[in-house]
Design a protein around this ligand. Structure first.
Ligand SMILES: NC(=O)c1ccc[n+]([C@@H]2O[C@H](COP(=O)([O-])OP(=O)(O)OC[C@H]3O[C@@H](n4cnc5c(N)ncnc54)[C@H](O)[C@@H]3O)[C@@H](O)[C@H]2O)c1
Length: 346
């Protein structure tokens, strides 16, 4: 199957493209390389450009008439940046998504699998959240994801589209074969900070030690990025079934298990073979105890559950950070809007 993958040069999108190709599909990548890497689309059918460029989207679909489904991963994703530059986030994540959806449905591509985010959920007394849990997005980034998801559901209800929103919890790790991974040398998320502490010997601060969790530290549901990618393949292959009779369906993607910060540190130390020095620190303003996913719907509708544990995610991230400089050897980018690296897929 030909599948359009927006954001396919980014962390999650490139992993999804690999999983689709490994499963025998043909990912057609659209990415503006604003944070994505040209090295991640080497050997792929790749178009460099903006998701909001309707003309380009139409040209891509005309050139690949086998495209029936699009996986929409492209977005701006950095929470502090979204606080400083909210307009850029609404422009890409909301307006860009609208333009993309309109352009696609205008040329006969009506089925969208979309990167959703568990950041839309509010903090409840029970740390487990199902898809009907109340929403309380806490940052401009999270609000753009919430608005985009609701907007797509409205378009779906009007009959233009069918939408599967896959709400990721906390993605970790890298492609297990280390083809791709987080682009930055020092990923900003907690595992990246731990890796940095290992490198520099810095003390790792456990921020918040009085949360209502097993050991008082905050809790997250860390899901391996390859497991996420496999879920997208299942969503593309079983789109109709996953909709379960609706035109828009949301599905949590997590492991169903919460891991506290202290447990994460212990796993990191065990896998890396380096003890990490920690210091208790006060909560950060706005932080919550966290959440983990209820995953019954993913099991029922996608036949999916996470297979890789946190230790594997840590090992793959560390493997990727070692390999990253060799992969990101600096391929020069193609001109905007032109097809780059056309032809073969893996
Ligand atoms: N990484 C996470 O922790 C996480 C958690 C939940 C949801 N998500 C969602 O997953 C998706 C992918 O995130 P990621 O972590 O891989 O981020 P990323 O920055 O690695 O990937 C985003 C990709 O989109 C591309 N892009 C951005 N704006 C574009 C535009 N206007 N036109 C074309 N391409 C554009 C970038 O170049 C990049 O390759 C996003 O929708 C994000 O909201 C990510």
């Amino acid at each position: 199957m030909d599948v359009l993958v927006t954001g396919g040069a980014g962390y999650i999108g490139s992993t999804v493209a690999s999983a689709l190709a490994d499963a025998g599909h043909h990912p057609v990548v659209l990415d503006d390389l604003s944070t994505g890497r040209a090295e991640f689309v080497r050997g792929r059918t790749f178009y460099r450009g903006d998701i909001a460029d309707a003309g380009l989207v139409r040209r891509i679909v005309a050139r690949h008439p086998g495209i029936r489904t699009a996986v929409h991963c492209a977005a701006r994703v950095v929470v502090p940046e979204s606080v400083a530059r909210p307009a850029d986030y609404y422009r890409t994540n909301v307006t860009g998504t609208l333009e993309l959806a309109e352009a696609l449905s205008g040329c006969g591509v009506h089925d969208l699998v979309v990167s959703g985010s568990a950041s839309v959920y509010g903090a409840g007394p029970d740390l487990a959240v199902d898809e009907d849990a109340p929403w309380a997005p806490a940052s401009p980034y999270a609000r753009t994801k919430a608005v985009a998801e609701q907007m797509l559901a409205d378009l779906a209800a009007a009959g233009r589209l069918r939408v599967l929103s896959l709400r990721y919890f906390n993605p970790v790790g890298a492609d297990p074969w280390l083809r791709t991974g987080p682009q930055q040398p020092r990923p900003g998320h907690v595992l990246g900070v731990l890796a940095d502490c290992r490198r520099t010997g810095a003390v790792f601060p456990v921020r918040g030690t009085d949360y209502p969790t097993r050991d008082g530290s905050a809790l997250r549901d860390y899901v391996h990025v390859w497991d996420l990618a496999r879920a997208h393949v299942a969503a593309v292959e079983h789109f109709e079934r996953a909709l379960d009779g609706r035109r828009a369906q949301a599905i949590n993607l997590g492991t169903g298990r919460g891991t506290t910060v202290r447990e994460l540190v212990a796993t990191f130390a065990r896998v890396s073979g380096h003890p990490v020095t920690v210091a208790d620190a006060p909560r950060r303003p706005g932080d919550t105890a966290g959440a983990f996913a209820r995953t019954d719907r993913a099991a029922r509708l996608l036949g999916w559950h996470a297979e890789r544990d946190l230790a594997t995610g840590v090992a793959d991230l560390l493997g990727w950070l070692d390999r990253r400089p060799a992969v990101l050897a600096g391929i020069s980018a193609d001109p905007v809007g032109s097809p780059g690296f056309p032809g073969s897929t893996r």
